[in-house]
Design a protein around this ligand. Sequence first.
Ligand SMILES: [Cu+2]
Length: 139
Amino acid sequence: MRIRLTMLVFTLLAAPPPMAVGQAARDLDCGMHVKTAQSAIDKVTEDMKGMERMPKDQLGYINKLLNDAKKLSETAHQICDKPRNDFERARAIAQAEAARGSAEAADILHGHFMRAMPGMKGMTSASDKSGTDMPGMKK
Ligand SMILES: [Cu+2]
């Protein structure tokens, strides 16, 4: 009996250690994804400053996507702040990536509308710098 117990203890001690906590945290670093989403949201928000003279429906569409991004990002942030397990970390990553996607779609749609505006081919933040800025656009 004593020998068996000793062997059991030895077996347990010799077993490979469970995955290091730090390793799991790096794999599922939801905070990094939340940060990336926030940067995308900040970029679009900054670009939209001085865009008040865009057609109202266009502003509405862009802001809808931007608001979607903000809501998703908030959810991601909340889950990522106090994840109960790795599933929730993964879920926070999913929400953050959805937020980033919405912000990116808002950015793409903004660029699309801007290019379609006569005499307003470019924006300070757009890849096409050849045109003039929208009236009222903040430099
Ligand atoms: Cu614009």
